[in-house]
Ligand binder design. Structure first.
Ligand SMILES: CC(C)=CCC/C(C)=C/CC/C(C)=C/COP(=O)(O)OP(=O)(O)O
Ligand SMILES: [Zn+2]
Length: 411
């Protein structure tokens, strides 16, 4: 099997980079031996499949994710305040892998998320914690992914609206992540996403001036920073552009410069995306940066260019979709234990639910050209994932059904 990138050299470079700070006197021979062993193991795994290209270890990922889901109620220490996130990352990943959740899991998730909802609106990172926009976004996405009335009914929309009012900054239209918390572009995205999915009735007043504040976060580089004046970054660029689309104010930003910045985040050597200039490639940017491309293309498709030529004709050349898929499949999959990571690790191969969710979500977007349902799949067709909605990052029908339900529910 031949790979587009020099995989072995890549592992070697990554190994050296990762050990630069901890091992000052790294022994060259040991290093190359470790990489050689890792590479041979890796090739053995891949050749078991003998397919058109790299394989997706679907069953390993499902086992890893279900095991994680069982442990969420007992999660503590560093992830104690991120439990709705853990649920969302895991069930979005299972959705993409086309693994149906059992009724027992659905009931347990509903009960747990209900306990995370604050009596005054919004969700905390766990039961009894203060409401925060990040776990609120994760909890709402998770409820939508469950696609059941029982899940939809958990959400108190009236209280959610009241709470959002209290964290809105009326002086400039931005939002704080929680009462007295920091204000950044993640907060405006989380607020706009939940207000749209839950069809909050006071959306117009809630988001007065918000789009102008978000547009002021676009930097001279083309991407968006966390707040006005901050460095452009993939995570914040996604939040910024998606918010403008959710608020139907996309025309406030400089789309051409955002597109230029976005396509330049794909690295020619690794094939994956970095989050900002001069930093390392990371699998999670497959979604945060990767989702900007279909979002921008969807807008371009609607609008003719100045000379009336169809700009979308060129869309396939905007980035190398096969290289982007290869990075996720070859460099981020942890085939020994399932799940995904940011970049290859020779010694300790840990995966996590955050990278599993965003590697799979990015891979799903790369596999779908969004135009005429023609998929561009790297490897065997068995690698095909379900589609995700690039604005919310849940299944497109999950978003549609939730909005349909809430638009008919009296607030
Ligand atoms: C909806 C929501 C909560 C979105 C979050 C978006 C997101 C991923 C923001 C990234 C934040 C950031 C500056 C990371 C840089 O970390 P780093 O310096 O370790 O990474 P880098 O070297 O890749 O920049
Ligand atoms: Zn990452």
């Amino acid at each position: 099997m031949s790979f587009r990138i020099d995989q072995k050299q890549f592992f070697l470079d990554t190994y050296r980079t990762r050990n630069r700070d901890t091992l000052t006197n790294i022994d060259q021979a040991d290093c190359e031996q470790a990489v050689e062993k890792f590479f041979q193991d890796f090739l053995k795994q891949q050749s078991n499949f003998g397919l058109k290209g790299p394989a997706l270890y679907r069953d390993k990922h499902i086992t890893f994710l279900l095991k994680g889901l069982r442990h969420v109620p007992r999660t503590h220490e560093s992830l104690d305040a991120s439990r709705p996130w853990l649920i969302y990352w895991i069930i979005q990943s299972l959705y993409l892998l086309d693994e149906q959740l059992s009724e027992a899991y659905i009931n347990d998730i509903c009960d747990f998320l209900q306990r995370c909802q604050h009596p005054n609106g919004g969700f905390g990172g766990g039961p009894g914690q203060i409401a925060h926009l990040a776990p609120t976004y994760a909890a709402v996405n998770a409820l939508c992914l469950l696609r059941s009335e029982k899940a939809y009914k958990i959400l108190n929309r009236e209280k959610l609206s009241t709470w959002l009012e209290t964290i809105r900054n009326p002086s400039n239209g931005s939002f704080s992540l929680h009462v007295n918390g920091e204000s950044d572009i993640r907060a405006t995205y989380c607020a706009a996403s939940v207000a749209t999915l839950c069809q909050l009735e006071d959306r117009a007043e809630l988001f007065e001036d918000t789009a102008e504040w978000v547009a002021s976060c676009q930097t001279y580089e083309g991407g968006f920073g966390a707040c006005p004046g901050a460095e452009a970054h993939g995570g914040y660029s996604f939040c910024g552009y998606a918010t403008l689309l959710l608020l139907d104010r996309e025309s406030l930003c400089d789309r051409e410069s955002l597109l230029r910045w976005t396509v330049n985040r794909q690295m020619t050597f690794e094939g994956g995306f970095q989050g900002r200039a001069n930093k390392l490639v990371d699998g999670c940017y497959s979604f945060w940066v990767g989702a900007l491309l279909p979002l921008i293309q969807a807008v371009q498709r609607k609008k003719p260019t100045r000379d009336n030529s169809d700009i979308v004709k060129n869309h396939e050349h905007l980035f190398d979709t096969i290289a982007a898929q290869e990075y996720v499949l070859l460099c981020c999959q942890v085939y020994q234990i399932g799940g995904f990571t940011d970049r290859p690790k020779v010694n300790s191969g840990g995966s996590d639910f955050y990278h599993t969710c965003y590697c799979l979500s990015g891979l799903s977007l790369f596999q779908d050209d969004g135009q005429d349902q023609t998929s561009i799949i790297c490897g065997d067709h068995e690698n095909k994932l379900r589609n995700t909605h690039p604005l919310f990052n849940i299944g497109p029908e999950c978003a549609r059904e939730a909005m349909d339900y809430y638009s008919h529910e009296k607030q």
